[in-house]
Design a protein around this ligand. Sequence first.
Ligand code: ATP
Length: 249
Amino acid sequence: MSPIGRRVALRVEGFSKTYTDHAAVQDLSFEVEEGEILGLVGANGAGKTTTLRSIAGILPLQAGRVVIRGHDLIEHELNAKRELAWIPDDPQPFDNLTVDEHLRFTAALYGAKDWESRAEQLLTTFELLEKRQALGGELSRGMRQKLAFCCAWLHKPGVVLMDEPLSGLDPRGIRSAKVAIRDLAREGSSVILSSHLLELIEELADKLLIVHKGRKVFAGTLTELRAQFSTAEGSLEEIFLAITEPKGT
Ligand code: ATP
């Protein structure tokens, strides 16, 4: 339990990842509580995608520990992954499956019960009803993103990892996605939202995790961030730029 009584849904302890001889992430630890939206922020190459892909089990966990809703990612991989949904920044659906077939396949994969009405609701939210018979290979970039949301949301995941989830969406899609992300958290899912859109992070995130050159430089609320960097009013963008300013400029 956290100090205010919400359960921890995701715990990352001492995570590190090295590509050949380059340390991409070093000794990263953080927690996300149930129903919380964590904004993951960092410059290009800071290690955000590496972290998300490792939590999702797409990259082998090189060092450290990941516990998802009480299931250790290494010791209880299947149970941990059952609780997880991952939305990459450019989702690639199966070329030869229709939108409907993607949802059916996802429901079967996760053993979701009574999923049809939720699928209908999600297709409506993300304006994909007219595309339900379209093949994955026929979808535009934004539509692929929307289908990824629908598939990820379908089984009511405990923890959702999103890498730049709004890139490619039209204005109405962005609005729907923001509302859907909030609703998902309200239903109890924990969300990690990685984005360079700092206004989006300010708008949606309950807490922030700022990484710089593979290391955690801050974890907490925006209010705590402002207190730490002695600025009562500063926007996340201003503080972020100050933290990540290259030395010598
Ligand atoms: P961006 O905001 O640009 O998406 P990021 O924070 O997601 O960046 P990562 O993609 O995690 O950053 O990359 C972290 C570091 O690891 C970078 O220095 C990158 O060059 C390196 N890296 C990432 N993937 C690989 C790979 N497959 N092989 C070697 N190095 C990699």
